[in-house]
Design a protein around this ligand. Sequence first.
Ligand SMILES: Nc1ncnc2c1ncn2[C@@H]1O[C@H](COP(=O)(O)OP(=O)(O)OP(=O)(O)O)[C@@H](O)[C@H]1O
Length: 314
Amino acid sequence: MNAVEVVELRRVYETGRTPPRVALDGLSLAVGEGEVHGLLGPNGAGKTTLCKILSTVLLPTSGSAHVLGHDVVVDTRAVRGLIGIVFGGERGLYGRLTARQNLRYWAALYRQPSAVGRERTERLLARVGLADRADERVERFSRGMKQRLHLARGLIGDPRLVILDEPTVGMDPVAAHDFRKLVDELRAEGRTVLMTTHDMAEAEAVCDRVSLVDNGKIVATEDPRTIGSWLGAYERVVAKDVPEPVVVTIRELPGVTAVTTVAGEVTVETGAEGATAGVLRALVAAGVTAISTGRPSLTEVYLHVIGDRGSRVR
Ligand SMILES: Nc1ncnc2c1ncn2[C@@H]1O[C@H](COP(=O)(O)OP(=O)(O)OP(=O)(O)O)[C@@H](O)[C@H]1O
């Protein structure tokens, strides 16, 4: 039995004023028990919508979704008892309560006997590094501290499936590093983790498999190192004062995926190993000196990868 089994899931938002928006367009996904699975995709790809449906807070328009064999629409109660959800941001925490009080409150909502709730609260406070701030009001917490408390809250019910939506947004690098350790611990405990992220390095560090999501569909599910190597192949060269014949030559070089000129500045995108070196050689040979190189943003790279794989690109 898979921890998550999603078949042809579709979700359309009817807003009334604007045309209906298709957030999930026949998405299918299987996540094995004990797997740490990443969902990577550009803004608006449908990741949060999927997490909400699996968390039973949003109904699908059609298709099916099961968590550990339970239908998220029919067996809502069973599903809620099996999952822990961590959505980023401020929602779901009570600012006037302390960190400890927040966790105790959530433990009570999960109907845990008070001794169990107390014990789990202390363990989780230590686990997310908030033990020494446990009696401070949450409204005084930094964003990263709130995020860590969110994580603890998501684990208070001892979930078998942990759903994390952008769990490290707002965390400093030390906290993000601790988060990776925490995910490893969750895996060692046999829990399943489904997490959305914009951070490929994070996905490579913690995920067993990563699904690339675009336009409400899964474009590819792979080992994160494979996706990392696709993404790492893309580079960008920006140069000024490039003579037009050189632009034409560069356009024809192997591995060059796009050349655009805006206000006298030429941007060359490359997508194959060694391609950037070829572009740089051509520029230097033509006497161009104002050159910089870098990586396109992750979102732009997704679109390249997704485009290369023959999917629709917005
Ligand atoms: N409540 C809503 N009403 C109308 N449209 C919505 C609503 N929620 C999401 N959408 C739309 O559905 C699509 C998918 O959104 P979703 O939040 O699931 O994407 P996402 O992949 O999580 O993006 P992000 O990385 O920006 O969080 C987007 O086009 C979004 O504008």
